[in-house]
Design a protein around this ligand. Structure first.
Ligand code: MN
Ligand code: MN
Length: 291
């Protein structure tokens, strides 16, 4: 990795950490989710950095991919378990980091994903396998009485790309990828009081472009104009302006130009925590960019 790229990753990491902590401090009962995400996303833009994906605020059994919708009136409540998952990029080099804010009495659940993340990070060096990381993640979470979310994983990061190799499982696995110097990836254990499997809910607030193809529908064209500069990185429905946005998005989805990321949830009444850092593998360990 050359020095320019390394400095972009480090700068993105420092900003992501700062805005993650600032966002987490705004998670207070009675505070508006829409106001939080608007404030933090604007602060990232004001810094001259890029938003790698819409600020994810996922509550209780919702594990990931929730954010404020247009005109969202939801407020944080006493007792909520709130995941704040934030991504910043500098020239396309991404930092992805998350923390959980406990507005109730779920300190052990929050500790489970945090301890799992720390244990996995402590293992990272060339030659270790992603399967070994999954084993320690599962152990830390289960030893606290929770289930790791088996169908969510950590992931490699590359230029303008969020979900590449290697995949870092949150459960024990034989083999897996061998970690090599220079790899950049995010590790993100989720601990759940529910089933440990997430599925799509019926709400979708985040999308990304997956193909470039001409579209005729005027409202769809307007959306395409507005997401052009995303370079395939995810965007929020609430960022779009103009009429007939629902029609535009469903048309673009049907024609395979965009995909949606439905809110992912565990079973009703369960609680999920998450912790996430981005790292760069070095000769004998790793540098955590979002620490
Ligand atoms: Mn994340
Ligand atoms: Mn991630």
């Amino acid at each position: 990795m050359n020095d320019d790229i390394l400095s972009h990753y480090m700068e993105a990491g420092a900003l992501a950490k700062r805005f993650r902590d600032k966002a987490a401090a705004m998670v207070v009962p009675g505070e508006s989710i829409l106001e939080l995400v608007d404030t933090i996303e604007q602060a990232i833009r004001d810094e001259g950095a890029g938003i790698a994906f819409p600020l994810n605020i996922s509550i209780n059994e919702d594990a990931a991919h929730d954010t404020a919708g247009p005109g969202d009136e939801r407020l944080f409540s006493e007792g909520d378990v709130v995941k704040v998952d934030l991504g910043v990029h500098i020239e396309g080099y991404v930092a992805d980091t998350a923390t959980t804010v406990d507005l109730g009495d779920n300190a052990l659940l929050v500790e489970a994903s945090r301890a799992a993340l720390n244990a996995a990070l402590a293992l990272v060096r060339p030659g270790v396998t992603t399967g070994e990381m999954g084993t320690v993640i599962q152990h830390e979470i289960e030893s606290r009485g929770f289930r790791p979310v088996a169908n969510l994983t950590g992931h490699g990061l590359s230029h303008f790309s969020l979900h590449g190799e290697p995949m870092i499982p949150n459960i024990s696995m034989n083999g897996g990828a061998v970690i090599k110097e220079g790899m950049v990836f995010a590790v993100e254990p989720f601990a759940s009081s529910g089933t440990g499997m997430v599925s799509d809910s019926n709400r979708t607030l985040i999308y990304s472009q997956i193909a470039s193809r001409g579209v005729r529908l005027p409202s769809a064209k307007r959306v395409m104009d507005q997401i052009q500069d995303r370079r395939s990185l995810p965007f929020a429905k609430r960022w779009l302006t103009g009429d007939k946005i629902d029609l535009a998005l469903s048309t673009l989805k049907r024609s395979g130009v965009v995909r949606g990321y439905p809110v992912l949830h565990d079973c009703s009444g369960s609680l999920v925590s998450q912790a996430e850092h981005t790292l760069i593998v070095t000769e004998d360990g790793c540098v955590i960019t979002t620490l």
